[in-house]
Design a binder for this molecule. Structure first.
Ligand code: PHE
Length: 453
């Protein structure tokens, strides 16, 4: 039998799986990372490249993960080992490592969000000046505490298990995110800066794209993988709790559509707010998107209320993604070492918390972890996984993809060849450029930080 563990949990409902996958995909990647990537990589030009990546690279790559997860019914490490054989287990090890790295800084940023919920409620950042407020909460003791609280929340939910914890949580969280964001986007539409914001965000300058493709391509690849939770086994893990009568392509398509929709929606909220307040989005770095949004909120009618709504939604979205990041590691430890879920979760949560501690020293540490994880680790994970599944074990993959599908009429072969050639080529190029960009970062901003110590 390919499925090892009798008594392993499954999703209670199909919609539970889709929502969990959407909940994983929709997170800080959409709401924090996407706008700041847009503003660093030339506005709408980046948006175009991002959309291309999500549809042409991300969606087919997501199928690759689904296939491995459902076929084996195992965690990311066991799944890839069973699917592709012994030596590929190191790829599973890479996945677990990536989970550690991403969640460690993700939780620090998640902590910032919790502070902003508080700051909106009390009006704290508006009274104090937003830049100063951010400077205070984003590093040091404040950041460390908030990071701890965020990790505690994650551990509490995941310790409850797949059905009682994750599935129930996402069934509430995901609809809440969509509803609140839709309302906020309508509100943003009424702002005076909306027109200017839309043209910045929605009408691409193709000349810019052509001139700057060497930084836009790896950024879009990293963002595409990050936002869809690809390249580190989340979708393997989630699909492993799935039964065979499900149509993987339809489920994956649903996830991609929801996730992309939320990213686009976020831009429709954030950029009008920024332009209305006269804040230049180009000046927002990794942290500054909060500064600018918060600053803008201070000037708006109902700013505090909008702030509470906005940041609470972001916190919910961040939690439902963080859950999936830790679940990769937790399910591995449960499956492979037979440790009880509660113990495994607490132990792993503590380790990840510790890895995140250096991130609270300075904001440049967020960039360090983030560029390394998204532009290098996730893309590398994607390349290796695609190679194993689409080149070496294609028959198995095609067979699994066909389950739960009534008529495929050759689309499975189209998928296979898309993954084999264009997806792989683009990912390899992106990785190359991504490494280049990372080295630049190390020699630039990061070296500057080290010198200042
Ligand atoms: N997709 C999540 C987000 O956009 C982040 C994430 C990345 C989650 C990788 C799991 C794996 O916030």
């Amino acid at each position: 039998m390919s499925n090892s563990s009798a008594g392993r949990e499954t999703w209670a409902t199909r919609i539970g799986f889709i929502l969990a996958a959407v909940g994983s995909a929709v997170g800080l990647g959409n709401i924090w990372r996407f706008p700041f990537q847009v503003s660093q990589e030339g506005g709408a030009a980046f948006v175009v490249m991002y959309l291309a990546f999500v549809v042409l690279i991300g969606f087919p790559a997501m199928m690759v993960e689904f296939v491995v997860g459902r076929k084996t019914g195992l965690n990311a490490v066991g799944g890839i080992r069973e699917f592709a054989g012994g030596r590929w287990k190191y790829l599973g090890g890479l996945f677990v490592f990536i989970g550690f790295v991403i969640l460690s800084y993700y939780s620090v940023v998640g902590g910032w969000i919790l502070r902003y919920v508080l700051g909106s409620a009390t009006g704290g950042y508006m009274a104090q000046g937003t830049g100063e407020y951010f400077g205070q909460i984003s590093v040091g003791m404040d950041a460390l505490l908030a990071h701890a609280v965020f990790m505690l929340l994650v551990v509490a939910i995941v310790a409850l298990g797949v059905k009682r914890g994750i599935e129930i949580a996402v069934k509430i969280m995901v609809p809440a995110i969509i509803a609140i964001f839709a309302v906020l986007a309508v509100y943003a539409f009424t702002l005076s800066g909306a027109g200017e914001a839309y043209s910045y965000y929605l009408s691409p300058d193709f000349g810019y794209l052509i001139d700057n493709w060497q930084s836009i391509v790896p950024a879009a690849a990293g963002q595409g993988f990050f936002t869809l939770s690809l390249g580190m086994g989340v979708m393997i893990t989630y699909a492993s709790y799935l039964s065979e009568d499900e149509n993987l392509a339809i489920d994956g398509g649903t996830v991609v559509i929801f996730n992309t929709g939320i990213s686009i929606l976020t831009g429709l909220i954030v950029f009008p707010i920024l332009f209305t307040a006269g804040v230049d989005p180009e000046t927002s770095g990794a942290g500054a998107i909060f500064v600018s949004v918060a600053e803008a909120l201070g000037d708006l009618q109902f700013g505090r209320l909008i702030g509470v709504l906005f940041f609470t939604t972001v916190a919910i979205a961040a939690l439902s993604s963080a859950i999936s990041l830790i679940e990769v590691v937790v399910s591995y430890v449960i499956d492979e070492f037979g440790i009880a879920r509660e113990r495994a979760t607490v132990f792993i949560g503590t380790a990840i918390f510790l890895l995140g501690v250096p991130v609270t020293i300075d904001n440049v540490m967020v960039d360090l972890y983030d560029i390394f994880a998204a532009q290098i680790l996730l893309v590398l994970g994607g390349i290796l996984l695609v190679t194993a599944v689409a080149w070496i074990y294609a028959d198995k993959a095609i067979d699994e993809l066909g389950k739960g599908v009534t008529s495929f009429s050759g689309l499975d072969q189209v998928w296979l060849w898309i993954v084999r050639v264009p997806v792989l080529v683009v990912l390899v190029v992106s990785l190359y450029l991504g490494v280049d960009g990372f080295v630049d970062f190390l020699q630039g901003d990061f070296a500057e930080f080290l010198n200042s110590l």
